[in-house]
Design a protein around this ligand. Structure first.
Ligand SMILES: NC(=O)C1=CN([C@@H]2O[C@H](COP(=O)(O)OP(=O)(O)OC[C@H]3O[C@@H](n4cnc5c(N)ncnc54)[C@H](OP(=O)(O)O)[C@@H]3O)[C@@H](O)[C@H]2O)[C@H](O)CC1
Ligand code: K
Length: 209
């Protein structure tokens, strides 16, 4: 299946369209994005492999996809931690919701240590929309803490970004909120979601190592 990719600029423009002509609120989009991510994680990491899912949340909306409804989560007894590296020693799977399509340049403080920990862990890592620290257009960094970071799973929201050319793990498309009109405007091919699924697993379209 040849999937078309969406540049960072168009991904941001599409987001605006979803909230204007699409009449979605940002909260709704994040909620649906988070639901997609949870379904992808459940597929690649059945509960029999361990129930402790550590979600690393960054400062923007990518972090919001990972962290929603904090009060409700606390009420349900989901623990929140500040020390990411020591939390990793007790986790079974890590969700990378640190940076998405608005990331650019070199990783700034305080994030290099977190990216390094993601790179060095032997745990499976699911990245939300982009492996954090990768250039959205040009893929893995050739230097810095993200050099060598290759998550095992990627959930592309709405549509894959150009970086998927360098991604070799399991790849899902999620974010089942794009109307046919918006897809047409951005020349996207929407995947065939089945039933009530919020994600579709796809084959990698190109690999350049
Ligand atoms: N339609 C959809 O597909 C939806 C996608 N969603 C998710 O939203 C993200 C994009 O969210 P956005 O808030 O635009 O940005 P990010 O979360 O990717 O990142 C912004 C924050 O990252 C900081 N940043 C950027 N570069 C660096 C760097 N080199 N070092 C450190 N920090 C960096 C940035 O800080 P600034 O100081 O530069 O402002 C921001 O704090 C998308 O990928 C999806 O995951 C939504 O859920 C809605 C639907
Ligand atoms: K990410």
């Amino acid at each position: 299946m040849a999937l078309k990719t969406l540049s960072a600029k168009n991904a941001a423009a599409l987001d605006k369209d979803l909230m204007s002509v699409g009449a979605f609120s940002i909260d709704q989009l994040m909620e649906l994005a988070g639901l997609s991510v949870s379904q992808a994680v459940f597929r690649v990491h059945p509960l029999s492999r361990g129930r402790r899912i550590l979600v690393a949340c960054g400062p923007g909306n990518n972090g919001g996809d990972g962290l929603r409804l904090a009060t409700q989560l606390r009420n349900l007894g989901v623990p929140f931690v500040d020390d990411f590296e020591s939390a990793m020693t007790e986790a079974d799977h890590v969700v990378d919701a640190i940076f998405g399509f608005s990331f650019s340049g070199e990783v700034r403080e305080p994030f290099p240590a977190v990216i390094k920990a993601l790179k060095e862990t032997s745990l499976p890592v699911t990245s939300v929309d982009a492996p954090s620290s990768w250039s959205i257009e040009d893929g893995p960094p050739v230097s810095g803490p993200g050099n060598g970071f290759h998550p095992s799973t990627l959930v592309s929201l709405t549509a894959p970004k150009p970086l998927v050319k360098w991604f070799t793990g399991r790849h899902f498309i999620g974010g089942r909120f794009v109307s046919p009109d918006i897809a047409k405007k951005y020349n996207l091919e929407l995947p065939a979601y089945e039933g009530i699924d919020q994600v579709v697993e796809v084959e990698n379209i190109a690999i350049k190592l």
